[in-house]
Structures are given as C-alpha cells and as structure tokens.
Design a protein around this ligand. Structure first.
Ligand SMILES: Nc1ncnc2c1ncn2[C@@H]1O[C@H](COP(=O)(O)OP(=O)(O)OP(=O)(O)O)[C@@H](O)[C@H]1O
Ligand SMILES: [Mg+2]
Length: 300
C-alpha cells in the first residue's frame, strides 16, 4: 500500500516555483469564468464503509438524470472499481489510463443506464497524488472537461477520512455524509462531518440509510446533529432517510439499479425528492471542482 501522505509530501517538495505560477494562472483563468459554471459537484462520503455510498451515488445520479439533468458519476473510490461493477459495465479504459496519459477523458467516459455517464475509477485516483506537477496539471485540465459536460458531477468516495477522500470532499460544492442507525456508524459519521466542516465551504448534508422507519432516520440524524452541534458548533442539513430494502441488494446482484427497476420504491422515491432539492439550487461557487482539487493537492 502506497503511503499517500508521503507521496503528496514528495510531490509538494518537487514542485517547482514555475509550476506553482502555472497553477495560479489556471486558477485565475477559471475564477474568471466561474460565474458561468453550471456544474454542481457532490461528494458522497461516510466514515464507516459499507453504509450505502455507492448505491446512493448511483441512484441519486439516476434520479437527477430523470429530471433531465446531465449527470456524470465519478468513481472516486480507491482500488475498488465499484460503480462499473454495480452497473454491469466493463470499461476498456479507466481513470488510470488518463492519469498515465494513455487516454483522454472522453475515452474513459462510459454511457451508463438511464442516461448517466460514468467515469470508472480504480487505482487512478491514488496515482493522482504521485504525479509530478506538470503531469498533474495536465490531468486537471483533462478532468475539467467533465464539468463542462454536465449539470451534476457526483463523486462516490471511498470510506473513511483518508487523505484522498478528504481532498475530494473538500473540493466538492455539496458534501453528503451517509449514516446508518448502527451505533458504530454514528461515531464514524461524526468524524466525516468534522472533516467536511474543517474543510470549509459548501453545504454538508446527511442521509440516513438502511433505516426501519422515518423516525429511526430522524433519531439517527438528531444523535449525529447533537454531536456536531456540541463539538463543532454546526448542524448539517438533513436530506432524509432511505429505508432498509432488500431490493437494493437484489438490484446490486442483478447489476440493475433500483431507481430504474422500481422508481416507486420508497428508496427511489426519497432519492428523487432529494434530487429535486439539488436540482432546484443554483451553484455559484467561484472556481471549478478540479481546480480546487488541484489546489488542495498542491497545498499538502
Ligand atoms: N437501503 C438499503 N437497503 C438494503 N441494503 C442496502 C441499502 N443500502 C445499501 N445496501 C447494501 O449494503 C451494502 C453496501 O452498500 P454500498 O456498496 O453502496 O456501500 P458503500 O458505502 O459504497 O461501501 P464501501 O465503503 O465498501 O464503498 C450492499 O450490499 C448494498 O446492497
Ligand atoms: Mg462504495
């Protein structure tokens, strides 16, 4: 396992002043056009693994697409190519090919079900941290094209608060933390909210997943909010509760998402309501996601 922090420290140490100047130029250029930026970036994250991030990301992407939004789902998980497996896709290229300069982003983008596009992840994300600064900036330019191609760019992150996850969460306009009613999920969700609060900028929202009732979802959120209010002085936005539904698991096994199979299921319907909330909001962040991502990598 590569020590990501070490990789980033090495990257930072080798970054020449000229590269910083070039990055500044990119940042300035993008800020100038930032007012017209239509794309909203959403990072779906959690402290604990296996709480439903990938299923929420996929079905939220489909819900937004059903509202005629152009959506790109970006698998930002390390090493585990989850999204394409859950969607039954077999990519010829992955982000790793873009990172290593063998493919352009358009070669990697796949047509997914329900009109969404998918960027399969894999180990490409990890490699981003170890690129030299010139190659890294080339990659950022390449990835920036994604923002021009969609209304919503959704990042399905890995679990935990490791460096790469943190960087994606920091750079996203909206941060969704998934929590489940299990006591162990609460402490991990608190850590994820804390990380997002410390990152600053952008809304932090919570979805309670795998709940047995609306009330259980609300209670779970209240417990989390009590912790964040007490220790962080902040209360996240509550987006709602998704029921435990064995059809979510069945849909995974069939590699066909529940939102498409059964849009009337409570799981799908709640995500549609959440999609309406996102779709109704205008984003006016100053600069693009990938430029902010580059900024965070450089600062490390
Ligand atoms: N609402 C739900 N009802 C029933 N099962 C669910 C629900 N949400 C997720 N699951 C199941 O939980 C498991 C984990 O889901 P998923 O892969 O989406 O989690 P994750 O947070 O992305 O995991 P990881 O941290 O490994 O990336 C899957 O088997 C999925 O089918
Ligand atoms: Mg996942």
């Amino acid at each position: 396992m590569i020590d990501q922090a070490q990789g980033l420290r090495t990257l930072a140490a080798h970054t020449a002043a000229a590269d910083h100047a070039r990055l500044d130029t990119i940042l300035t250029e993008t800020r100038c056009t930032g007012a017209q930026r239509a794309c909203t970036t959403i990072a779906v994250t959690s402290g604990k693994g296996g709480v439903g991030k990938t299923n929420v990301s996929i079905n939220l992407a489909l819900a937004l697409a059903s509202l005629n939004k152009r959506v790109i789902l970006f698998d930002a998980d390390l090493g585990l190519a989850n999204v394409n497996i859950l969607l039954g896709m077999n990519p010829a290229f992955s982000l790793l090919d873009v990172v290593e300069g063998r493919a352009a982003i358009r070669d990697v983008l796949l047509d997914g079900p329900g009109g969404i596009s998918v960027v399969p992840g894999g180990s490409g994300i990890e490699k981003m941290a170890n690129l030299d600064s010139v190659a890294f900036m080339k990659l950022v330019r390449e990835l920036e094209q994604l923002e021009r191609m969609c209304d919503f760019l959704i990042f399905d992150t890995g679990a935990g608060i490791g460096h790469i996850v943190k960087t994606f969460v920091k750079a996203a306009d909206r941060k969704i933390v998934i929590v489940t009613p299990e006591p162990s999920s609460l402490a991990d969700a608190y850590a994820a909210v804390k990380m997002a609060v410390n990152a600053g900028g952008g809304d932090i929202a919570v979805i309670a997943n795998m709940v047995r009732s609306e009330q259980e979802g609300l209670d779970t959120f209240k417990r989390l909010a009590a912790l964040t209010r007490r220790f962080l002085g902040k209360i996240p936005i509550y987006l709602g509760a998704l029921p435990y539904d064995k059809n979510v698991g069945n849909a995974v096994r069939r590699q066909f998402p529940l939102f498409l199979e059964n849009p009337r299921a409570a799981f799908s319907h709640t995500l549609l309501k959440i999609a309406y909330r996102f779709a109704g909001r205008k984003d006016n962040e100053a600069s693009g996601f990938f430029v902010r991502l580059a900024e965070f990598f450089k600062r490390t």
